[in-house]
Design a protein around this ligand. Structure first.
Ligand SMILES: [Zn+2]
Ligand SMILES: [Zn+2]
Length: 706
């Protein structure tokens, strides 16, 4: 056999991983400088004569000569000289260092009259490919006579379009008949999609602008459209995909062994401690446990790789639990998960229309009827009594990333606190009396929109996190989507479908949340519920008793049944619910925020002209840019039920309605809430000052200023 004999790899040959007892093994074959070929071997039963070959599958093959030579040594070392016959080559992607040896293997097998099947992504143009595969395929590995490896293992295709558009990961799982002893371990052959301590360059993802800066986001109003398929974000989205697909169970810590295409570990770990151009050094911000994990793995890798030639050891395979700590892409995903969860907490605290009950009592059995509150079975949310001044925004609050437009909230807080047994009736009475004295003052500090929106960057990061964690990678082109069985690329990120179940499982596996029924998971379910405008079941519930529906919902979640909440919601709706950013196209102001001088009912090019002129020299940061039309603001209307006139009756037609670019119709609860609120508090439009500042005058129920 020709080829340069490479004795430096002899130590690697000694090792093999037993996937299934005496049935399936994985060997590692180092080739070229740092590439790795994996050889899956399924020997026949020991009683079979030694002339019956073992069945072999190779994953990637950049150098056939070294591979065949090493396979010879493996036969002698582990299988008493029994021949291994390669029946299939699984190619992760088209790069030369992963498939250059295909032709030679096919020719080698042809000499003995064996056919060789070559599997590769359907859009990859891998040389000699006989079986183009797509996302979700289960491979049918050819058998040798009765000797059928498909009886023991299953290999699934996971599409990861980032390093190349047709890159795939092969997931090997065992089909073990002894279920009692079955400890499911999955093996991922990831090619260049992931390395230990890093990930492959996203050569064929969409072009990236690089990590967006604040100025960038503001300039392009980029919070309106996130691009989870671009550049490094596509790598992270593929990491999330591998995380979600690495096991078929809902296990929070699945056992996964990872086989990358290169031995890059020590370089990549060292890089994490080395400042690079354009990125600040992150390691000193890491928690000590993570820092020591990376450092210790670096030293281990460094030791193994600096052994003399011939004694060198590999640092792979690696495992998922380790990569979750030492791989910067997984850490980035976790950071995004934490950010998202805190955004959802802020949303819940300030904007959610419903509150999760912390009691399990039937709301109709009221406390007042029998005098004693019913026993609390399970306290899920630790709720403290709301403070009276939560919504009195002062200059200190201006930079807080909270979208706030609340006027009747003080009253609602008291009602809710009373309902949830957070305060005594006496405390409620005290607060009520204080509330009425508060109403005597003109509240000028409550500014509903200017300065109180979350920062553009925060909105953008939160939206991006939703997309990366909650949706699978999409194809680069429509034809790729069809050929690879991937989601179509989206023109606008608003239409990306975000799956609640997926998001929950990713967050659990990243260690951001504990379980499907923990507090954060319930908040996520609530966010989904409140974002599903079109769900008829949700609208139906609004016609029934509020507390009853809430009770049913809560108990459903506690029992682990969350089918009342739909799974897929478009990103735009979630963003609207979470951050109050409407579904309008990018770079256009929603019509309820109009620059000074434009009339709410003016439309068309004329209006745009006015906007152009008036936007000059105005700053959004100081509130000059936007004049908030309370009576027509659908965000106000929907988030807090501020008193809004009925559009139809106001103008006698629907013309003004058309100037609003919101597509969803409002849930009847919102209108109900608005009517209730307007009977208690209303606003005087005339008393608003004319500048960028807006003055809100609280009026009593008779429509007179108090
Ligand atoms: Zn590559
Ligand atoms: Zn490579």
């Amino acid at each position: 056999m020709k080829g340069n004999s490479n004795k430096a790899h002899s130590r690697a040959i000694e090792q093999r991983i037993e996937v299934l007892k005496r049935r399936v093994y994985i060997h590692t074959i180092p080739i070229l400088t740092d590439n790795l070929i994996y050889l899956i071997v399924c020997p026949p039963h020991r009683n079979e004569p030694s002339t019956v070959p073992a069945l072999g599958i190779i994953v990637d093959n950049g150098d056939a000569s070294t591979m065949l030579e090493t396979m010879q040594m493996i036969q002698d070392e582990h299988y008493h000289g029994r021949k291994i016959r390669i029946v299939a080559i699984l190619c992760t992607h088209k790069h030369h260092d992963h498939c250059a040896g295909n032709k030679e293997i096919v020719e080698f097998n042809d000499r003995f009259g064996f056919p060789t099947q070559i599997f590769a992504g359907a859009v990859e143009h891998v040389p000699m490919c006989t079986n183009p595969v797509q996302n979700g395929d289960i491979l049918e590995i050819p058998s040798i006579g009765d000797h059928n490896i498909n009886r023991y293992i299953q290999i699934e295709v996971i599409s990861v379009p980032a390093h190349t558009r047709g890159s795939v990961v092969y997931k090997l799982s065992t089909l073990n008949p002894n279920k009692s002893e079955y400890s499911p371990v999955n093996y991922l052959f990831v090619g260049d999609a992931m390395f230990s301590g890093g990930g492959g360059v996203p050569f064929e993802a969409d072009l990236d602008y690089g990590r967006e800066t604040n100025a960038h986001i503001e300039k392009r109003k980029a919070h309106d459209a996130v691009h989870p398929h671009k550049g490094s974000y596509s790598t992270e989205r593929c990491f999330a995909e591998m995380l979600i697909r690495c096991s078929n169970t809902n296990d929070s810590k699945p056992k996964v062994v990872i086989y990358p295409g290169h031995e890059y570990t020590s370089e990549l770990l060292l890089r994490q401690f080395t400042p690079t151009k354009g990125s600040s050094l992150e390691w000193y911000k890491l928690p000590p446990s993570v820092f020591f994990e990376i450092a210790s793995h670096y030293f281990i890798a460094q030791y193994k790789r600096s052994l003399p030639k011939g004694a060198k050891l590999l640092t792979i395979p690696t495992c998922l639990s380790r990569e979750l700590m030492i791989n910067p892409h997984f850490r980035s995903l976790r950071k995004q998960g934490n950010l998202l969860v805190s955004a959802i907490r802020v949303w819940y605290k300030h904007l959610a229309r419903q509150k999760l009950s912390n009691t399990d009592y039937h709301p109709r059995a009221s406390i007042l009827e029998n005098g004693t509150p019913l026993e609390k079975k399970k306290k899920i949310i630790q709720k403290s009594a709301s403070s009276m001044n939560t919504w009195n925004i002062t200059h200190d609050d201006i930079s807080k990333p909270v979208f706030t437009t609340v006027y009747s909230h003080d009253l609602e807080d008291i009602i809710n606190d009373l309902r949830n047994n957070c305060i005594s009736r006496k405390a409620a009475a005290d607060r009520l009396s204080k509330l009425s004295s508060q109403l005597d003052e003109i509240q000028t500090t409550r500014r509903p929109i200017p300065n109180t929106l979350p920062k553009d960057k925060a909105i953008w990061l939160g939206t991006l996190a939703l997309a990366i964690l909650g949706s699978p990678p999409c194809a680069v082109t429509r034809s790729d989507a069809n050929k690879m069985n991937l989601p179509q690329p989206r023109i606008h990120s608003n239409s990306i479908q975000i799956s609640r179940q997926r998001l929950l499982l990713v967050l659990i596996r990243l260690g951001v949340i504990d379980s499907m029924i923990c507090e954060e998971a319930r908040l996520i379910n609530l966010l989904w519920k409140e974002s599903s405008w079109d769900d008829s079941t949700i609208l139906e519930e609004s016609n029934t008793d509020y507390d009853t529906s809430q009770h049913n919902y809560d108990s459903a979640i506690e029992n682990g049944h969350v089918e009342t909440v739909q799974d897929l919601i478009e990103l735009g709706y979630l963003r609207q619910e979470l951050f109050g950013i409407p579904l309008t196209p990018p770079s256009k102001l929603p019509s309820c925020f109009r620059p000074k001088g434009s009339h709410p009912t003016s439309r068309g090019s004329d209006r745009d002209g006015i906007r152009e002129r008036n936007l000059k020299n105005m700053k959004r940061a100081t509130g000059e840019l936007l004049r908030h039309e309370i009576e027509s603001c659908k965000i106000c209307k929907y988030t807090v039920g501020c008193p809004i006139l009925d559009y139809d009756s106001e103008d006698g037609n629907n013309a003004s309605e058309q100037t609003f670019q919101y597509t969803p119709t409002f849930d009847s609860r919102v209108l109900d809430a608005a009517n209730v609120a307007s009977s208690q508090i209303s606003y005087s439009n005339e008393n608003r000052t004319k500048g960028g500042e807006m003055e809100v005058v609280i009026m009593n129920g008779l429509g007179k200023p108090v």
